[in-house]
Ligand binder design. Sequence first.
Ligand SMILES: Cc1cc2nc3c(=O)[nH]c(=O)nc-3n(C[C@H](O)[C@H](O)[C@H](O)COP(=O)(O)O)c2cc1C
Length: 170
Amino acid sequence: MDGAIMSEQSFTPDAAHQRAFRDALGRFATGVTVVTTRTAEGAVAITANSFAALSLEPPLVMWAPGRFSRRFAAFAEAEHFAIHILAADQLPLAQHFAANGYDFTGPDITEGLGNVPLLSGCLARFECARHAVYPGGDHAIVVGEVLRVCTAPGAGLSFFSGGYGRIEAP
Ligand SMILES: Cc1cc2nc3c(=O)[nH]c(=O)nc-3n(C[C@H](O)[C@H](O)[C@H](O)COP(=O)(O)O)c2cc1C
């Protein structure tokens, strides 16, 4: 057995194994964010779990918009954007902005740096200026310089194996 678990599966992530590859990637538990920006046409938001901390000095964070998204250009070209780390009770917001990036009639909005729409009630919010955008296959890697931070206590919204959950503060 060489230490392998009986139900383990091994595969090359080729076209025939796209589903299995997605499932494997989904085994990395993440938080859930909503990224917002403003274009000439108006405010845009997107639910994203590709967020990661990157650098303390200078203060940098990153996330990855997908080229498949109709909202890709808005975020790949954004000079300013805000990343909101969602609290557990903000699941409806995650579902809303996964389905529709342009409807801001529900949530409470204020204006941040670069006229970016800011959501309230998040665990953390990072207002960013674009630092760099790198190619990343069918995604782009957007690195933001954090200009302003806002935090609040609470349980986090998680995403794991294709489903939402709740992460309690330790
Ligand atoms: C939990 C979750 C995480 C997501 N993470 C990302 C992400 O990191 N990057 C991305 O481009 N889209 C991500 N999406 C998909 C977008 O929210 C959105 O559904 C997709 O871009 C479709 O957009 P469109 O209808 O405007 O084309 C995620 C969706 C969910 C539900």
